[in-house]
Design a protein around this ligand. Sequence first.
Ligand code: ZN
Ligand code: ZN
Ligand code: ZN
Length: 151
Amino acid sequence: MIDKKELEEVKKLLKGKGYKYTSAREKILKKILSLHSHFTAEELFYMLKKRYKVSRATVYRTLNILVDLGVVREYDFGKGKKLFEHIIGHKHHYHLICLGCGKIEEFKLDDEHERRLRAIANKLEFNVDSIVLSIYGFCKDCRGKSSKAKS
Ligand SMILES: [Zn+2]
Ligand SMILES: [Zn+2]
Ligand SMILES: [Zn+2]
């Protein structure tokens, strides 16, 4: 399911920046807005390819434009592949990344915590644009496995 408001907002952004709103772009955009999990550019391309005639180059180019416009965020969680998700229309969230199974969980900070992070940056005379926070460790399942292995 896609949020019509998100779609309209991105359409406006694209047109405002002088990008053409082609039917290929619309298909890519709708697919991205329908995904509420992290995906790689290749995964996106194959999902689209199943139903439409789109080229890999168009998918990658559109994805990069959406990252530039702040519609999509790109993450490098250190697995040698970039992951994407759309952030437009959603409250900011952060990630927990399991070093065992690679699972990614999301969490939110309350406003007070975010304010504190911004205050720390401001104290260092730093103007905050965005905050990306990733916590690495082992999830419950992986922790269980490693403690069993040790005993
Ligand atoms: Zn959404
Ligand atoms: Zn795990
Ligand atoms: Zn996320």
